[in-house]
Design a protein. Structure first.
Length: 472
């Protein structure tokens, strides 16, 4: 098929992945129009800012993994480098059996320091003995994929899974460890297993060799500033959901806007940067095999409740917040003391005599928990905080952000599913996909997938523009 030079490249979805893909394509092809169609009334997707108690802060993603280059490089690239900061503390707790226990050092929950784990008091004596016995187990040879839960229970027993690994994983995927793919979600742990017959010893070695560089970064004013900066200078159409994608002799036709009176735009190439159900619907007619597999990727819904409290009434707390194991039967999944974690939040709140924190609720297939109105969700959080930290006053202001279908679930076999999606998409020249569905839900992974989508567009347009400064 001949590529018509004057047709634009259309990116569907204005989250971090779509905006990054659009920026990359435009940078590599300065003469070509790049259009972003965003269905909602603002850019950013899960990166979102709201005002609570007079302070604007993140109500979606709030920290960036700094051990990977993509996110921090992009922050610098868009001119926010001077506002890059690291958390004041990342020392989290686990709220379990009514106590706030220090989170022991680990590689995604795999203990790397037995003394630390013992001192944390999270595990019972029997649970601790099971972990200590791991080096005596026969070596595990991984053939294919298995769930994180199966892997951890096999090596360390149920208690470590339930009390440490599950809450950690819940924080990232809002999912269930017994369903989530070990190869997709904890590849670093799978790699450790390949190199050492004992996962415990491998984790100890890995932590001993770990650098002291900060693991996470943030942006003064919130990571929600990143998509806003990215969108500057891009041609973004808000409130324009793509509703149909068709093939034409020259490339593609994208129908967008109202389903009753849609507008259309012809494109030389299209990047679909949408959550799995939305991508599945759009790709159905064009790449049915990809659409079918995308429909298999389930999503979890959650809510983030951000609250401001009068500083003088707020109890004294330690660390950056706490995670809650589902076995403890509480409503909240995690709480982050934003005012302790981020100095800029602390300063902004202090000016008003306030402290800010956020709590998250909701796990995969537990949507019922969220089917309460905002006031009830706030009350639920306050009740749990009263039990966890002795909170005795209500918030002076709050915001409830619901993230329906907010996190794709990387179920066992995810890598294979992604390979099948990519191969079906690659069979349609000029089509590319990116975003949280594919190579990781974290912001750096989404950015990397967007750069890969831009590479695919390059190959189709037949122009090798200047290569990315922020490639993986
Ligand atoms: C509560 C929460 C907290 C998180 N915290 C962190 C964190 O601290 N650090 C981290 O690294 N990651 C975090 N994540 C994960 C990360 O934020 C997301 O995985 C990532 O932002 C997803 O980006 P995306 O561009 O793939 O998708 P999205 O952000 O979902 O963007 C997709 C966009 O497409 C739009 N859209 C949908 N349908 C259409 C259509 N038909 N046409 C046009 N547009 C459409 C949507 O409105 C949206 O703007 C968090 C996620 C959640 C939900």
């Amino acid at each position: 098929m001949e590529v018509t030079p004057e047709l634009p490249v259309v990116v569907i979805g204005g989250g971090i992945a779509g905006l990054t893909a659009a920026r990359e394509v435009r940078r590599r092809h300065p003469g070509r129009q790049v259009l972003v169609l965003e269905g909602s009334d603002r850019v950013g997707g899960k990166l979102r800012l709201e005002e609570v108690g007079g302070v604007t802060l993140d109500v979606g993603a709030e920290s960036l993994l700094a051990r990977r280059p993509e996110a921090v490089d992009l922050v610098r690239d868009v001119g926010l480098g001077d506002d890059l900061v690291h958390p004041a503390t990342t020392k989290a707790r686990i709220w379990s059996r009514g106590r706030l226990c220090p989170l022991p050092r680990s590689v995604m929950g795999i203990p790397g320091d037995l003394d630390d784990l013992r001192a944390s008091g999270i595990l019972s004596a029997a649970g601790m003995a099971r972990v200590e016995g791991e080096p005596g187990l026969p070596r595990k040879i991984l053939d294919g994929d298995l769930s994180v839960g199966d892997l951890v229970v096999d090596r360390f027993g149920t208690e470590l899974l339930d009390r440490v690994v599950e809450p950690l994983l819940g924080g990232v995927y809002a999912g269930h460890a017994r369903e989530i793919s070990a190869r997709a979600a904890i590849p670093q742990v799978v790699a450790l297993l390949a190199g050492n017959p004992s996962l415990l010893h491998a984790a100890e070695d890995s932590l001993a060799a770990a650098s002291d560089d900060p693991v996470f970064a943030g942006i003064v004013g919130g990571v929600g500033r990143l998509p806003q900066e990215l969108a500057r200078g891009l041609d973004v159409r808000l409130g324009e959901p793509a509703i149909e994608l068709r093939r034409t002799p020259e490339g593609f036709r994208v129908l967008h806007g109202s389903a009753y009176r849609p507008s259309s735009v012809d494109a030389a190439a299209v990047v679909v940067a949408l959550p799995p159900p939305n991508a599945s619907r759009l790709l159905g007619p064009l790449a049915p095999a990809a659409a079918t597999v995308l429909a298999e990727v389930e999503v979890a819904s959650m809510a983030v409740v951000t609250m401001a409290f009068a500083a003088e009434q707020f109890p004294r707390v330690e660390g950056s917040g706490f995670l809650v194991p589902p076995v403890d039967g509480r409503s909240i999944k995690a709480a982050t003391y934003s005012f302790r974690k981020w100095d800029w939040v602390c300063r902004a709140g202090a000016d008003k005599g306030l402290v800010h924190l956020r709590a998250s609720l909701g796990r995969h297939r537990e949507e019922r928990e969220l089917q309460r109105d905002d006031f009830e969700l706030v009350d639920t959080v306050v009740v749990d905080l009263a039990a966890a930290i002795g909170l005795q006053s209500g918030p002076v202001d709050w915001h409830v952000q619901r993230w329906g279908g907010g996190l794709p679930q990387y179920a066992v076999g995810h890598l294979d599913r992604v390979a099948r999606i990519r191969s079906a998409v690659a069979a349609v020249p000029g089509l590319a996909v990116c975003g949280a569905t594919y190579d990781g839900v974290g912001v750096p992974a989404c950015i990397a997938s967007a750069v890969a989508a831009a590479d695919q567009v390059d190959r189709h347009l037949g122009v090798s523009g200047p290569q990315g400064t922020m490639g993986p």
